[in-house]
Design a protein around this ligand. Structure first.
Ligand code: HEC
Ligand code: HEC
Length: 309
């Protein structure tokens, strides 16, 4: 038992007790915990702005806790916020991307690890993937981007609201950013238009061309690199994690907001109009407008209705 751990006297008996209960099951160490954190948690709890300042990418960070204080109480799994979150006793339940949540066996492993005194790794855990978790890949120049390059940004900065059980209850506008399929879904309208970042409301929101700017709880908003990564991913066809480009959802509805420029441009996006286009309250160049329209099969946007906002 390392000397620096608090409460070591009180917990000294627990491991023996557990060992007795569980036969020969070895006490878990951070070696057993790290792979679960890596697989299910560091997507969000890592990098420069983790939720509640809680990073879970190393034992030291985990022990540091969140801006609210420690998330584990040595020897006391029941009193540990981390366990309460894993079981849903504290809401929102973790991982926020669930269901699926952790299995009973995995949760029990965390409980035993906390009960047994938060044993550090006996040998260095395989940390390759944890070296820079959650961060956008640095060298993407010349790379064909796919969903795996942008997923962590959405997870860390967007899913706290845009998921089915987020901070605001139901997802704002019913828009879920918790998976590839929902990010690209266009049942009601498309927010991502594969091949055209400029026609994608998602991009207008992260750039601040459309208001309110996203993430809604910013600043900080996304930095230049993160925005560029998402723009390039969409312009390259919004590929799935396997690298397969998404088809253009011709005929899908879009609703875009931005500033009307000369020659019917919405910021940089050329708009198409026809005899059926309804223009309300005569929008002028320079006006902030809302456009409702349809995506044509060539990727352009045919305006059905446009009005100042
Ligand atoms: C998709 C992003 C995401 C993932 C994945 C995720 N979390 Fe969280 N986590 C959050 C957000 C957002 C909050 C803040 C929620 C709130 O305000 O209570 C949070 C809060 C927490 C808290 C509460 C801290 C405190 O002091 O109250 C704990 C503990 C926690 N997460 C642990 C985990 C663990 C363990 C995992 C993996 C099994 C995990 N999280 C996976 C986003 C995530
Ligand atoms: C703190 C909560 C919160 C966070 C975090 C957040 N959003 Fe939002 N989002 C909202 C709310 C609220 C709205 C509706 C705003 C409105 O138009 O009145 C919204 C609207 C949107 C819309 C418009 C949806 C539509 O149907 O037109 C998009 C796109 C969007 N968000 C993308 C994102 C992205 C991308 C991120 C992360 C970079 C993000 N949001 C982070 C709360 C959030």
């Amino acid at each position: 038992m390392p000397d620096h751990l608090p409460g070591k006297l009180a917990i000294a008996l627990v491991p023996a007790l557990l060992a007795g209960l569980q036969g020969s099951a070895a006490e878990p160490t951070f070696n057993d915990i790290a792979p679960i954190l890596q697989r299910r948690c560091v997507l969000c709890h890592a990098g420069p702005q983790p939720p509640l300042d809680l990073r879970l990418d190393s034992l030291a960070q985990l022990l540091k806790g969140s801006q609210r204080g420690p998330v584990v109480q040595t020897g006391d799994p029941t009193g540990s916020e981390l366990i309460k979150r894993l079981k849903g006793i504290s809401q929102p339940r973790m991982p926020l991307t669930g269901p699926p949540f952790l299995s009973d066996t995995e949760i029990e492993l965390f409980e035993r690890w906390i009960a047994a005194g938060l044993k550090p790794a006996v040998e260095p855990p395989a940390t390759d993937a944890m070296a820079n978790p959650g961060a956008a890949p640095a060298a993407t120049l010349g790379t064909t981007l796919n969903y795996s390059h942008v997923e962590a940004i959405f997870a860390r900065r967007c899913t706290k609201c845009h998921s089915s059980h987020g901070l605001m209850g139901a997802a704002p506008e019913g828009y879920l950013l918790s998976s590839y399929a929902t990010t690209l879904a266009y049942d009601d309208r498309a927010r991502v238009v594969p091949g055209s970042a400029d026609a994608s409301e998602l991009v207008r929101r992260i750039r601040g061309q459309a208001r309110p700017r996203m993430p809604y709880d910013g600043p900080p908003f996304l930095d230049k690199t993160e925005i560029a990564l998402i723009v390039d991913w969409i312009d390259q066809g919004a590929r799935d994690a396997q690298g397969k480009p998404a088809p253009l959802p011709g005929g899908a509805k879009v609703r875009l907001q931005g500033t009307l420029g000369a020659n019917w441009r919405l910021d940089t996006l050329p708009l198409k109009i026809n005899a059926k286009t309804r223009s309300e309250h005569s929008p002028q160049a320079g006006d902030y407008v809302q456009v409702r329209g349809r995506l044509m099969h060539d990727g352009s946007v045919l305006v059905e209705r446009i009005r100042p906002r």
